[in-house]
Design a protein around this ligand. Structure first.
Ligand SMILES: NC(=O)c1ccc[n+]([C@@H]2O[C@H](COP(=O)([O-])OP(=O)(O)OC[C@H]3O[C@@H](n4cnc5c(N)ncnc54)[C@H](O)[C@@H]3O)[C@@H](O)[C@H]2O)c1
Ligand SMILES: O=P(O)(O)OC[C@H](O)CO
Length: 331
């Protein structure tokens, strides 16, 4: 039986703990608020993030990072991307140096433009064989309802990816291995930005043609960036790329899609942020994604339009007009 730690008792940390416990793991779920940790252990639910979902017996919550780390083969990291560096700096001293660190996050760090695997490497000094990523079309509510889903587990060391696949594999959750960590991470981070754009289109009551165009051209620009950063384009055609793009852009459960839809309906960024209780990673990460694009001389017009709306106050309709007026070109 695998002994694993999950750091972050938010929506996705908790849902991942459920998958791990369903797969037979003994799971220590670290939460930063002692009152939520107590509530999880007493009620066997996470009332703040996944109300109504009964947590399997294999999960024990703790507010003590050392208790969570004790004997853990894998440490899953599930906070928001912009909080990872600070949080991991606190946990790193208690995490053993043979524990594999697994990013659950889909974002790019502001200021440094680092992917989460790169932040993990910088903070802990871990090598690529100790850093892995889980990414794919995995909306937490559907996962905890045990609806069939697939995902990607990536590590540069394929034996580590295969072990990770084992500890996450259940009758409802089917992980595929990959060694393209950067491709998987970029697929996850950039689809959040594209989902903001698709959400805006929904909010402005555009139809499926518009959304299909944004998703398809969004995947094209994601792939351009990923390839420029050394990823395999096939990764972006898979679950961590196209798969996650479809789920996030199509689902009303997506926080990024919801945030975009509120902007499209006319809410300001401040108003849209005020109604969110969970993380919509694309709102911060769009800036870092665009930075990466510029650094790698890659054109990402949709990401640029999203940054215009989210950071520079451009009206979503003006952003659409700008995209449509771009010079004609071959596909
Ligand atoms: N929810 C999903 O369906 C889903 C699925 C796949 C991936 N993800 C990714 O997982 C990551 C986490 O998302 P989420 O849905 O769990 O978000 P969330 O908002 O539900 O939870 C975030 C968690 O991080 C904790 N946190 C925030 N700041 C912290 C800090 N400074 N120190 C310690 N803990 C801190 C919060 O207390 C909370 O428990 C994101 O990158 C997201 O893109 C989410
Ligand atoms: O709710 P979102 O927009 O953060 O998306 C959740 C997951 O990343 C979908 O795979």
């Amino acid at each position: 039986m695998a002994r694993v730690a999950v750091y972050g008792a938010g929506s996705w940390g908790t849902a991942t703990a459920v998958v791990l416990a369903d797969a037979g793991g003994e799971v220590a779920l670290w939460g930063r608020r002692p009152e939520l940790v107590r509530a999880i252990n007493v009620t066997r639910t996470n009332p703040d993030y996944l109300p109504g979902v009964v947590l399997p017996d294999g999960i024990t919550a703790t507010a003590d990072p050392a208790e969570a780390a004790d004997g853990a083969e894998f440490a899953f990291l599930g906070v928001s991307a912009q909080q990872l560096r600070g949080a991991l700096t606190g946990w790193a001293p208690v995490i053993r140096d043979d524990t594999v660190l697994v990013s659950l996050m889909k974002g790019v760090e502001l200021g440094t433009d680092l992917l989460m695997s790169q932040v993990i490497a910088e903070v802990t000094g871990a090598g690529p064989d100790r850093i892995a990523v889980v990414s794919g079309p995995n909306l937490a509510k559907e996962i905890t309802a045990r609806q069939p889903a697939a995902s990607v587990v990536a590590c540069r060391d394929i034996t580590v990816a295969e072990r990770l696949q084992q500890v996450l594999h259940t009758p409802c959750f089917r992980p595929y291995t990959n060694t393209d960590v950067i491709g998987c991470e970029l697929g996850g981070a950039v689809k959040n930005v594209i989902a903001l754009a698709v959400g805006m289109a929904d909010g402005m009551e555009f139809g499926d043609n518009t959304k299909a165009a944004l998703m398809t051209r969004g995947l094209a620009e994601t792939t351009r960036l990923a390839v420029a950063m050394g990823a395999d384009p096939q990764t972006l055609a898979g679950l961590a790329g196209m798969g996650d793009l479809i789920a996030t852009c199509a689902s009303p459960l997506s926080r990024n899609h919801t945030f975009g839809a509120n902007l499209g309906r006319g809410l300001s960024v401040t108003q849209a942020s005020a109604v969110m209780t969970q993380t919509a990673e694309g709102v911060a990460s769009c800036v870092s994604v665009l930075d990466l694009a510029r650094r790698h001389a890659v054109e990402m017009p949709i990401a640029e339009a999203v940054v215009g709306v989210v950071k520079d106050g451009v009206h979503p309709r003006t952003a659409v007009k700008g995209l449509m007026e771009r010079a004609a070109k071959p596909e």
